[in-house]
Design a protein. Structure first.
Length: 83
């Protein structure tokens, strides 16, 4: 049984699994909460299919610095490596 991580984590089991896989606390919480809410965006696994504008918005949202000088490939790598 998963440990209760408090009200801020909506799916404790998934959170713990993601942490075991090496995800940061922030990323694991974001994914676990989105899945529990039913709003998990599956486009994240297909970053290559997204526009550069969309990737820029995602990079801004998660706080990637230097994004304005990045190519689409650089943005994809930075988004995947974030966390």
């Amino acid at each position: 049984m998963a440990r209760d991580h408090g009200a801020q984590i909506k799916d404790d089991g998934l959170y713990e699994e993601l942490r075991k896989q090496g995800q940061s606390k922030e990323k694991a919480a974001r994914i676990a909460n989105a899945k529990a809410k039913g709003s998990l965006d599956h486009r994240a696994t297909h970053l290559e299919d997204r526009t550069k504008d969309d990737l820029m918005k995602e990079a801004r949202k998660i706080g990637i610095e230097g994004r304005s000088k990045m190519s689409k490939d650089d943005l994809i790598k930075a988004i995947r490596d974030h966390g």
